[in-house]
Ligand binder design. Structure first.
Ligand code: HEC
Ligand code: HEC
Ligand code: HEC
Length: 209
């Protein structure tokens, strides 16, 4: 290989007289282009494959078993009380809700490396400020939920009296989606703290703390 490369590199001009093909430099160029093409193609394939993998739930716990296993398990659990399962059925992926922001990802890697992510006995992250994530801004963004439809469809929810609507009441403005809808844990019917209501399947009453 080195030999022939050498020839290609040096002998080309001088070999013109002995009938050797003069297109060597062209072939060399072609060969270089081909090698370059293959390298680019391989890089493109790797980037695409990584991007596709990055978008799957499996990516999240492939490396970071702790703490991600709990969250990925909840995604596949089929538990009706968890917001994430209905979304999983619809093919909504982790990153559709958790927008990948570079800064956050870097700090996640940092926490993972120095082990600074305390989890509770069930494997959920502690010191989390994620409870505000299920907000109107996130859930009602275009392509997700239409608020009027949500309100219209939940009067007298779960067979409760028609005057009860979790999405339209005297509590409007003081609570946010995540006060009831929990993505990776059982959801909580905030109103049941004071009203005697039938809960949706898998939901819990608020704990009296
Ligand atoms: C329907 C949107 C949605 C999907 C899909 C979703 N999550 Fe979540 N996730 C949330 C919300 C909302 C929270 C805030 C806490 C809660 O509601 O349980 C959260 C919290 C988390 C947290 C805790 C973050 C913190 O700072 O405490 C992790 C980790 C997490 N999700 C990982 C995942 C993984 C991994 C997947 C995919 C297997 C996933 N999530 C899919 C909405 C989602
Ligand atoms: C007070 C508790 C509570 C709050 C706060 C709340 N929800 Fe709900 N939500 C419920 C309950 C309970 C159901 C289930 C209704 C049923 O079983 O028919 C529900 C159902 C839904 C549904 C499904 C509706 C359907 O047609 O089946 C959507 C979408 C939804 N909520 C979005 C939201 C969004 C977005 C927010 C925040 C802007 C929010 N919810 C705030 C309690 C709540
Ligand atoms: C902290 C306690 C508390 C919570 C939490 C609460 N309510 Fe109420 N609610 C009351 C009180 C007190 C009244 C007035 C009592 C009455 O008129 O019988 C009331 C009245 C109502 C009424 C007027 C009809 C009626 O029964 O007289 C509706 C409807 C209602 N609440 C729905 C809700 C919904 C939906 C939620 C959850 C989003 C909720 N409430 C959360 C305390 C609460």
């Amino acid at each position: 290989m080195a030999d022939s490369d050498d020839k290609l590199g040096t002998d080309v001009q001088t070999s013109a007289g002995d009938g050797a093909p003069t297109q060597h430099p062209v072939r060399r160029k072609k060969k270089r282009l081909m090698v370059l093409g293959i390298i680019v193609a391989v890089i493109v394939i790797i980037v695409i494959a990584f991007t596709v993998w990055h978008n799957t739930p499996g990516f999240c716990n492939a490396i970071c078993h702790e703490p991600m296993d709990t969250y990925v398990e909840s995604y596949h659990s089929g538990d009706a009380g968890m917001l994430v399962t209905a979304h999983a059925k619809e093919g909504v992926s982790c990153l559709d809700c958790h927008e990948a922001r570079l800064g956050e990802q870097i700090s996640e890697v940092g926490s993972w490396m120095d082990d600074s992510f305390p989890v509770d006995e069930n494997g959920y992250l502690q010191n989390s400020n994620a409870s505000k994530m299920a907000s109107p801004e996130n859930c009602l963004k275009s392509g997700c939920h239409d608020w009027n439809e949500v309100v219209d469809s939940t009067w007298g929810f779960e067979g409760n009296d028609a005057k009860y609507n979790p999405h339209s009441s005297h509590q409007d403005g003081s609570i946010t989606c995540g006060d009831c809808h929990k993505s990776h844990q059982d959801s909580v019917l905030y109103c049941a703290e004071c009203h005697d209501l039938t809960l949706p399947e898998g939901w819990e009453e608020p704990s009296n703390e």
